[in-house]
Design a binder for this molecule. Structure first.
Ligand SMILES: [Zn+2]
Length: 99
């Protein structure tokens, strides 16, 4: 089981959270200039990397807030937790320690 540190509540068990899938997906637009292929890609296709993946998580049994997580899909090690609307710094201390 993962121990996830909610940026609002602190460390909590994985069962309190719901994964919302890949993070940082930009909605294409303007809507009248988006092709069917671009819209389908936005709605249905996600990356499935082997290694670090940036995801959205919801603290559904806690504060109800969404936040971003950088998680390794092989080891499940979480290298960063950061607020929505922010991007993961490229040289975060946790990421450097994992190298
Ligand atoms: Zn929380």
């Amino acid at each position: 089981m993962l121990l996830i540190t909610c940026p609002h509540c602190g460390p909590r068990a994985e069962i309190e959270f719901r994964c919302g899938g890949e993070g940082h997906i930009a909605r294409p637009g303007p809507h009248d200039a988006v092709s069917d292929a671009e819209w389908a890609d936005y709605l249905f296709y996600r990356t499935n990397p082997k290694g670090e993946h940036r995801e959205r998580w919801l603290h559904s049994a806690g504060c109800g807030q969404w936040f971003n997580v950088a998680r390794d899909t092989m080891t499940h090690q979480i290298s960063a937790v950061y607020p929505m609307g922010e991007t993961l710094p490229e040289a975060s201390p946790a990421k450097e320690a994992a190298r």
